[in-house]
Design a protein around this ligand. Structure first.
Ligand code: IMP
Length: 461
């Protein structure tokens, strides 16, 4: 049996904490997409771990797998492993030989492409980790895979094909002289070959590379339980999200099959838990119909509209919730919960349960709102439309809920669901009813013990 954890919104829903909570009984925690653009914070024994690539289960001694759908920056991989080792942990991380490698030039290109787009106000606000350029090369059949690092001849061939193209792109299209870059070696075949051949040796010596499909199938045949840890969220999925303000992979549940090499039947036999933050945040650009206050450089039209009338409220929630990017430190845009977004998300993923986080952050407000539906060209919409242009024109129609007080959340977590303030329960049950999915957990604080566990997914008992 498997449990798949999926972000229902725009990322940063608190997936790491839920993986940590339900992953206790899992033997293997696998990521199926994305790379070091993710930011997972796990609190364990009072110690905070910030991970961007290594699956968060590694903090608790699980085998961590980076599936074939991931893009892997080996420098980040080894940095994170070493940091965990310095803290006395012994992470066991395996990497799919089919996963693609983020090379230094991918990061350079990510930055340059964003700069060029920003001249026309078209930037996505990427994390700058080279994610998009690496997936571009994967789709363009010119990528370097983890398995290629293990064979020096193959690695050299791949680099000799791709690097001159990237050099031409940066020089002839973007007009940047490679020798002017901080890291000109990013475009040098010999330098890349030396570094990545050594990385290949290290991966082989430490027995870290696997055929993810076979490895996970064997683990399950041996009776081990597998948890899939989605990164980012449904609305930044390249297919089902708010294109082009998306990441370049599929965080949605279907990605768990494609990105690991397990059958969709395996994923569907298990549980799919949607992680919902009790309000909404967004890093980077794109529409946000329930936005409360803008962030300069990210909120479309910020220059004309300024902060927005609810900026104070947005700032309050941002500060209470610590809504600053884990990877980039950027302030996140903040809005009320958006139900048309969540209905779309529930349809795409087929949630069997929900974990709703950060209910404590909203405590103390007189009233709390949820965007129940949108109005677009005089019509009511219950789910977000497929084009970004239409979504940008949607006006949210709000439903208002009475607020709830700040209480001793640790005590609430211990006592259980009925100890949650009544108004907060009304809010939670509205979400669950609208999405036709039961509440499995409610996050009332950052630590995993500050979670009200209502249900444990089958396969994670
Ligand atoms: P990229 O994944 O770095 O290419 O960024 C593409 C878009 O996805 C940008 O809007 C990022 O802010 C967003 N994004 C990427 N990773 C995360 C994440 O872990 N949480 C929230 N947003 C993310």
């Amino acid at each position: 049996m498997t449990v798949t954890i999926v972000g229902a919104q725009l990322g940063d829903e608190g997936k790491g904490g839920v993986v940590d909570l339900y992953g206790d009984t899992a033997d293997v925690v696998a990521r199926y997409q994305g790379g070091d653009n993710a930011g997972h914070t796990v609190v364990h024994d009072g110690e905070k771990y910030k991970l961007s690539l290594v699956p968060s289960g590694a903090v608790r001694g699980k085998v961590g797998v980076l599936g074939n759908g991931c893009v892997v920056n080996p420098r980040t991989l080894f940095d994170e492993i070493e940091t965990l080792q310095e803290k006395g942990l012994d992470p066991d991380v395996r990497v799919a030989e089919r996963a693609h490698v983020i090379l230094p030039f991918h990061r350079v290109l990510d930055g340059i492409e964003e700069d060029v787009k920003s001249e026309d106000d078209q930037e996505v606000g990427t994390t700058g980790r080279g994610i998009g350029p690496t997936y571009e090369d994967k789709a363009g059949r010119r990528g370097v895979r983890i398995g290629d690092l293990l064979d020096p001849d193959v690695l050299r061939d791949r680099l000799e094909y791709v690097v001159p193209q990237k050099r031409a792109l940066i020089e002839d299209v973007y007009g940047t002289d490679v020798s002017d870059l901080d890291n000109p070696d990013a475009f040098d075949v010999d330098a890349l070959f030396e570094e990545y051949r050594e990385i290949g040796e290290r991966l082989a010596e430490q027995n870290m590379t696997v055929n993810a499909s076979a490895f996970l199938t064997d683990a399950m045949a041996d009776g081990e339980t597998v948890m899939f840890e989605g990164a980012q969220g449904t609305i930044i999925d390249i297919d089902h999200g708010n294109y082009p303000y998306v990441t370049s992979s599929n965080p949605t549940a279907g990605g768990a099959a494609v990105g690991t090499g397990l059958s969709p039947n395996v994923i569907a036999e298990g549980e799919i838990i949607g992680i919902v933050k009790g309000y909404l945040t967004r890093v980077g650009s794109g529409p946000l119909p329930t936005e409360l206050g803008g962030v300069e450089g990210d909120t479309p039209g910020y220059d004309e509209q300024g902060d927005g009338e609810n900026e104070e409220l947005a700032t309050y929630i941002r500060e209470e919730g610590g809504e600053y990017g884990t990877v980039t430190g950027r302030p996140r845009r903040v809005g009320w919960l958006d139900m048309p977004m969540l209905r779309h998300s529930a349809r795409v993923n087929g949630f069997t349960g929900l974990a709703i986080n950060h209910i404590d952050v909203l405590a103390g407000l007189d009233e709390v709102k949820i965007g129940h539906s949108y109005e677009l060209d005089g019509e009511e919409l219950l789910a977000m439309p497929p084009t970004t242009e239409e979504w940008g024109r949607c006006e949210a129609t709000f439903k208002t809920f009475e607020g709830w007080d700040n209480v001793d959340w640790a005590a609430v977590a211990e006592e259980g669901y009925d100890a949650i303030p009544e108004n907060a329960r009304t809010y939670l049950e509205y979400i669950s009813d609208e999405l036709d999915a039961p509440i499995y957990a409610v996050g009332v604080g950052p630590g995993r013990e500050e979670t009200v566990v209502v249900e444990t997914p089958t396969g994670a008992e």
